[in-house]
Design a protein around this ligand. Structure first.
Ligand code: ADP
Length: 368
């Protein structure tokens, strides 16, 4: 139950690579905190600095208010779980679990009771006398997690622990991990590239890019109000549709012009003085595939209903993904009511203008 605060953290490797820059995070006790970002964005470097495996160039890391830079790694109270963590092949599960504790000279009876506790928590009692070769991938992952928990750390650091598993196993272990965390109540910092993992596990998610924090929030906050184009594109599956557009004013209201001659009015309340300043400017317009609906009846006075050609139609379960292309615009739409749409067919769509995301064309920061 420990807090972790990271202030102005910076890491420059000897070869000049800046892997982490001006990084700040404030992680609460018991939180399952996910750091989400593409490969190479600095996640491992960050976690290795917390674990003490990498020096800090600048800034500070505090556990329960105490700076940890000068504390040797083994005394920091952090345990690290990696994705390629190999168990000792010649040892049983029991011996793998006790190994670290024996090194620390923990008394034998305490080792036994801790293993007993962890075995119950992770439901691995029946496999304690097996060797790793006789375990499934999921079981091995559980033992790797067990080896971290058993040290009774203040903070558990997990570096893409499920990266090597197939989608089905990942989903199973994810929900197990969630249940174990709820029982255990430890602070967890979890790294991943996978937004589905982040969404399911993270009480909050920090989106990282090029060593910097882009946004921290719940999945819903990141999904509904991404602060910039990177977060908008990184969160949500399929990806948010983005197209270049121009804002203009007509009858005291803001409109968007995009593609070859499409126009759409923004909701009246969106015409704020702040946004009005962008009138006449190039912006980036974002709309999620699920915020576009099919078909319209009656008038089209604000232009939110437009006609486009279905370039391809993919049916997945009860939903259809349409790729629409017309007049220099291409949009992906997900709908449950389009199962009869055929490729090359003309479809009418309505953009839910309440759900439009607008970004500055130059800075790519959110403006609405
Ligand atoms: P991630 O975990 O998000 O994939 P990393 O922290 O591994 O990212 O890497 C961040 C950046 O730092 C990358 O550009 C990587 O090439 C670089 N990097 C990682 N380790 C070293 C190192 N030991 N020396 C130099 N550059 C490194």
């Amino acid at each position: 139950m420990s807090s972790v605060v990271i202030k102005g953290l910076y890491k420059k490797y000897e070869n000049g690579t800046v892997a982490v820059s001006n990084f700040n995070a404030d992680i609460s006790p018991k939180e399952f905190f996910v750091i989400l970002g593409p490969s190479g964005c600095g996640k491992s470097t960050l976690i290795r600095m917390i674990a003490g495996l990498e020096d800090i160039t600048k800034g500070g890391i505090f556990i329960d208010g105490t700076p940890i830079q000068t504390i040797p790694p083994k005394n920091r109270g952090v345990a690290l779980v990696l994705n390629n963590q190999t168990l000792y092949p010649n040892m049983t599960v029991y011996e793998n679990l006790e190994f670290g504790l024996k090194l620390r000279k923990v008394p034998k009876n305490e080792i036994a009771s801790r293993i007993d506790e962890v075995a119950q928590l992770l439901e691995i009692g029946p496999i304690l006398d097996r060797k790793p070769a006789a375990l499934s991938g999921g079981q091995r992952c559980r033992i790797a997690f067990g080896r971290a928990i058993i040290q009774n750390p203040k903070v558990i650091l997990m570096d893409e622990p499920l990266a090597n598993f197939d989608a089905k196993l990942r989903a199973t272990i994810r929900s197990e991990l969630k249940a174990v965390h709820a029982q255990l109540g430890k602070t967890v910092i979890y790294l991943t590239k996978d937004q589905a993992e982040a969404a399911e596990l993270g009480s909050r998610i920090l989106v990282m890019r090029n060593g910097t924090v882009q946004q921290t929030g719940t999945y819903e906050e990141l999904y509904n109000s991404p602060v910039n184009l990177f977060v908008a594109k990184f969160i949500g599956e399929p990806q948010m549709n983005i197209c270049e557009a121009e804002l203009f004013t007509k009858d005291n209201r803001l409109w968007l012009r995009f593609g070859e001659g499409f126009t759409v009015a923004l909701p009246e309340k969106a015409s704020t003085p702040h946004l009005m300043r962008y009138s006449g400017k190039r912006v980036l317009m974002g709309i999620r595939p699920s915020d576009i609906s099919l078909g319209f009846e009656g008038g089209d006075k604000d232009g939110s209903a437009i006609s486009m050609t279905a370039e391809s139609v993919e049916l997945l379960g009860t939903h259809v993904t349409l790729n629409l292309v017309s007049r220099a615009v291409s949009l992906v739409v997900i709908s449950s009511s389009a199962t009869k749409v055929k490729s090359e067919e003309e479809v009418k769509i309505i953009l839910n203008t309440e759900k439009l995301h607008l970004f500055d064309g130059d800075t790519e920061r959110r403006i609405n």
